[in-house]
Design a protein around this ligand. Structure first.
Ligand code: AMP
Length: 191
């Protein structure tokens, strides 16, 4: 089963992706996590993208498509794409990669959340990390968040129409409590 989770930053894609991993044994492919790992291990690519990420902008299609290709080549019984694709070029590249590997997309699931709720979630996520003594993401501030949201509407929201036209788009209420969102996703997937 191969699923894309779509939605703005803070919509809960990472949380739901982890739940799908637990329940179905699929592999979570989060380009945000991959890029953060590259940064903290100080790879050349990580250093190159750090400033872009801190500004809340998107890194180049070439870099993220390369990361996804590597992970798909490692194999797995199914993939949850979390935070990828984020541009039409990435969506086309993902379609090509899946075809090349003899796989298909089962659904692109949009988590629908109001913009006002997103800022509150981001602030909470930063507070929770701080309280747990974990590093706080530099892009989880209200200021950078508004740039991330702008990038989302400009470059990623067009993917909703892209997957709708292919008949792959499914929508769930991302404002509902976490477990209810998970139940809606299970419904959409025909469980
Ligand atoms: P995320 O953890 O998904 O919110 O991603 C954090 C940051 O990583 C984003 O604001 C971008 O700078 C970068 N990023 C993650 N995924 C992508 C992607 N698919 N395309 C471009 N940039 C990405």
């Amino acid at each position: 089963m191969n699923i894309i989770l779509l939605g703005p930053p803070g919509a809960g894609k990472g949380t739901q992706a982890k739940k799908l991993v637990e329940d179905r044994g699929v592999v979570q492919l989060s380009t945000g996590d991959m890029l953060r790992a590259a940064r903290s291990s100080g790879t050349e690519m990580g250093n190159r993208v750090a400033a872009v990420m801190d500004r809340g902008e998107l890194v180049t299609d070439e870099i993220v498509i390369g990361l996804i290709r590597e992970k798909l080549e490692e194999g797995g019984k199914g993939f949850i794409f979390d935070g990828f694709p984020r541009t039409l070029a990435q969506a086309d590249a993902l379609g090509d990669l899946l075809t090349e590997m003899g796989m298909k997309l089962d659904a692109a699931i949009e988590l629908k959340v109001d913009d006002e709720a997103l800022v509150a979630r981001i602030v909470k996520r930063a507070e929770e990390s701080r309280a747990a003594g974990e590093p706080v993401r530099k892009d989880d501030t209200p200021e950078v968040f508004s740039d991330r949201l702008r990038e989302y509407y400009k470059k990623t929201a067009p993917l909703l129409g892209y997957y709708y036209a292919k008949g792959d788009l499914r929508q769930v209420d991302g404002m509902a409590p976490m477990d209810q969102v998970a139940a809606q996703i299970a419904d959409v997937l025909g469980d």
